[in-house]
Design a protein around this ligand. Structure first.
Ligand SMILES: [Ca+2]
Length: 241
């Protein structure tokens, strides 16, 4: 016969195991590339991820990156303004501390993404950032889109709303996802864009940064391809009859 005390102990063990499993899953999800875009790896896309933030001189090379079909440079990052590097902070390794107002210039991490010049009009961007939200203050995302004969700054203040945010882990770290469409705003395909993550005010900590870009083809290109396919189909049908 099992005593009531033993049942309680077994229940407690079961609950502990369940809680550990949930925490384990949360740890796996936390800080990861949790919301990759469905179009990553597709034609005219660039992907880069920073986690260690180890500087090579003044640049911070990505821990991993890829471009399809290739022919673009590795997106590098760099720090500007009031920013510091921590080997570890609140259980995470390779952390940036960005100081916003009243610090000046505000601490930021900036990246430069080249675009595939293969016929397209605009660029889509997805940013995933794992960070410790400041008790006071906010992030400020800014873009500087550069074309051959124009320069256009696309800024957001006090910052766009994320399309998704994970639950905070035990130390309060979260991952937020931001998405931007046609950042060229009708100016045509830019050669590159500077994507900056700036601490607007207060102090924030960044643990990981994942950025995906995609050159969106002109609507006309799709229609022409579809028409071309249709013409080919008709020609084949004509030949076979
Ligand atoms: Ca890190």
């Amino acid at each position: 016969m099992v005593s009531a005390g033993k049942v309680t102990t077994m229940k407690m063990i079961a609950v502990t195991v369940a809680v550990a499993a949930v925490l384990g899953l949360a740890r796996l999800a936390y800080g990861d590339d949790v919301f990759p875009p469905t179009w990553r790896g597709g034609y005219r896309t660039v992907f880069a991820e920073w986690d260690s933030f180890i500087q090579d001189g003044t640049t911070i090379p990505p821990d991993s990156w890829s471009a399809s079909p290739g022919g673009v440079s590795a997106p590098n990052a760099w720090l500007s303004g009031d920013a510091e590097y921590y080997e570890a902070y609140l259980g995470h390794s390779g952390v940036l501390s960005l100081h916003g107002a009243p610090s000046w210039p505000q601490g930021s991490i900036e990246t430069l993404f080249e675009n595939h010049d293969l016929g397209g009009t605009s660029v889509d961007v997805r940013i995933q950032v794992t960070y410790l939200p400041p008790v006071y203050g906010e992030f400020y995302f800014s873009f500087n889109v550069q074309g051959p004969d124009w320069a256009h700054a696309y800024g957001t203040s006090p910052g766009p709303s994320p399309i998704a945010t994970t639950m905070p882990d035990s130390n309060g770290w979260v991952t937020s996802v931001y998405e931007f469409h046609d950042i060229s705003e009708g100016h045509g395909l830019p050669l590159s864009e500077t994507i900056a993550l700036r601490q607007y005010s207060g102090t924030g900590f960044v643990d990981q940064l994942v950025i995906d870009t995609r050159v969106v083809p002109e609507p006309g290109t799709c229609s022409l391809l579809a028409l071309g396919g249709l013409a080919l189909l008709r020609r084949r049908r004509g030949a076979s009859s």
